[in-house]
Design a protein around this ligand. Structure first.
Ligand SMILES: Cc1cc2nc3c(=O)[nH]c(=O)nc-3n(C[C@H](O)[C@H](O)[C@H](O)COP(=O)(O)OP(=O)(O)OC[C@H]3O[C@@H](n4cnc5c(N)ncnc54)[C@H](O)[C@@H]3O)c2cc1C
Length: 401
């Protein structure tokens, strides 16, 4: 990986410029180099390998449920096998409880899978992916702020605020929900806040979790998820109405642990807060299109979803994989930003992205409604699906892959 210092003169003309080195941009970069493309990666933050602590103390508050499909993609770029096994947890089963007593359960064993998902820290994923980009020979422009983006018939040109200029046949916007690149390309995005804040924290638990992830749809419209971490530990995401989130964030460690244990019906006995909680406001975003002239959007720059299904970054890895597949199958086309290729990419992503957005947004709305009839119906529906192995399998398979 060439780190281009301000004022230096690196090769500045690329097949693909990926703007944003979050997990999606980081995984996409080496995958595209593997297709014989010249790739640049740019971010306002340094693209550096975070240090992982020795031993099993100190867990990153940001953890992700990575689907088996995403794990396969990450393996193809060399990232998955670089993760320290002692910091990954297999989700072997999952129990979801409605707000009226209904439950639905999934088991990896029943689906013939090793795991429904893998819980991995963001820090560990970055530490695994940064060397993949470096070894592949991706040119990195970071930390650099984006200043201007211009388009000609055959290229996109990005100016950084230090005066460096990079051109590419294809620009990939991987710069998150509030994407600067998307705005600079004139794509309007309505970002709709859910009025909920995700409170995330880690807890020690009295009883073993046995690799079971738990989720509760709560009577106030909030959603609480407990995800297994190695040993007697869990990570939680409590998507709470904003006022409740503020209350939770103000609690001291023992009061917070007691509140989370009670909301989860003491399923794992007594909890102990391991680190102060962090908070993330939640929003929905659907775009009319994931492409424009010489531009493809991936990850949160292309779609915003509620984290209740733990699918945001998985959807982003799916975008990256689809873009790679289209470019791999480009045949004699040498121009990575050719309109026909971009249209193929957009067509491939429309259905999976809309389906995931419809399901997650629909569930938030369904469980957020206080109408007693809806409450009875949603719980009935949940119990019914739990008794239909085929419907359950279909539901689980789309989340797995
Ligand atoms: C509480 C919570 C829990 C979640 N849990 C899960 C889960 O279990 N599983 C799952 O699949 N998903 C989960 N998600 C969703 C997941 O966090 C996102 O989908 C994912 O982080 C998006 O990655 P990304 O690379 O697209 O964007 P980002 O992570 O937002 O990265 C964008 C990058 O672009 C850079 N950037 C942005 N603007 C600029 C600019 N102007 N100039 C230069 N650089 C810029 C940033 O520095 C950053 O590096 C969760 C989300 C939340 C809030």
């Amino acid at each position: 990986m060439t780190v281009a210092a301000p004022g230096a003169e690196p090769a500045r003309d690329y097949d693909v410029l990926i703007a944003g080195a979050g997990l999606v941009g980081l995984a996409l970069a080496p995958a595209l180099v593997g297709l014989g493309l010249r790739v640049a990666l740019a971010d306002r933050m340094p693209v550096a390998m975070p240090a992982l602590p020795d031993g099993d103390a100190d867990w990153d508050p940001r953890v992700y449920a990575i689907s088996p499909g995403s794990a396969t993609f990450l393996r193809s770029v060399g990232g998955w096998q670089a993760l320290p096994p002692e910091r990954i947890t297999a989700v072997e089963s999952m129990r979801v409880a409605g707000d009226g007593g209904a439950t639905i359960a999934f088991s990896a064993y029943d689906l013939g899978e090793r795991a429904l998902a893998w819980i991995v820290e963001e820090r560990a994923l970055r530490a695994a992916l940064v060397p993949c980009a470096r070894i592949a020979g991706v040119d990195t422009y970071a930390p650099r702020s984006f200043a201007a983006l211009a388009w000609s018939a055959d290229a996109g040109t990005l100016d950084f605020d230090d005066g460096t200029r990079v051109t590419a046949r294809l620009v990939v916007a991987a710069d998150g929900l509030h994407s600067w690149v998307r705005g600079a390309a004139g794509i309007e995005a309505a970002i709709k806040p859910y009025g909920q804040t995700a409170v995330v924290a880690h807890f020690g638990c009295e009883r073993a979790h046995h690799g079971c992830a738990r989720q509760w749809f709560l009577p106030d419209g909030g959603i609480l998820a407990w995800l297994p971490l190695p040993g007697h530990r869990i990570s939680i995401v409590w998507s709470a109405p904003a006022a409740l989130a503020a209350e939770l964030l103000a609690l001291d460690a023992s009061a917070l642990a007691a509140r989370v244990a009670a909301a989860g019906q003491h399923a794992l006995g007594v909890l102990e807060t391991l680190a102060p909680p962090a908070a993330f406001p939640l929003a929905f975003m659907r775009l009319p299109a994931s492409i424009a002239h010489r531009l493809a959007l991936v990850g949160d720059a292309a779609h915003g979803i509620h984290p209740l299904a733990g699918q945001g970054v998985n959807l982003g890895f799916g975008d990256a994989e689809a873009l790679c597949a289209v470019l791999r199958e480009r045949g004699p086309v040498t121009d990575a930003g050719a309109p026909a290729l971009l249209e193929r990419y957009a067509r491939r992503r429309v259905e999976p992205v809309q389906a995931m957005q419809t399901v997650t947004d629909g569930l938030v709305r369904l469980f957020g409604a206080s109408n007693p009839l809806l409450k009875a119906l949603r719980n009935l529906g949940m119990s019914a699906v739990d008794r239909l192995p085929l419907a359950k399998r279909l539901l689980a398979q789309s989340a797995l892959h």
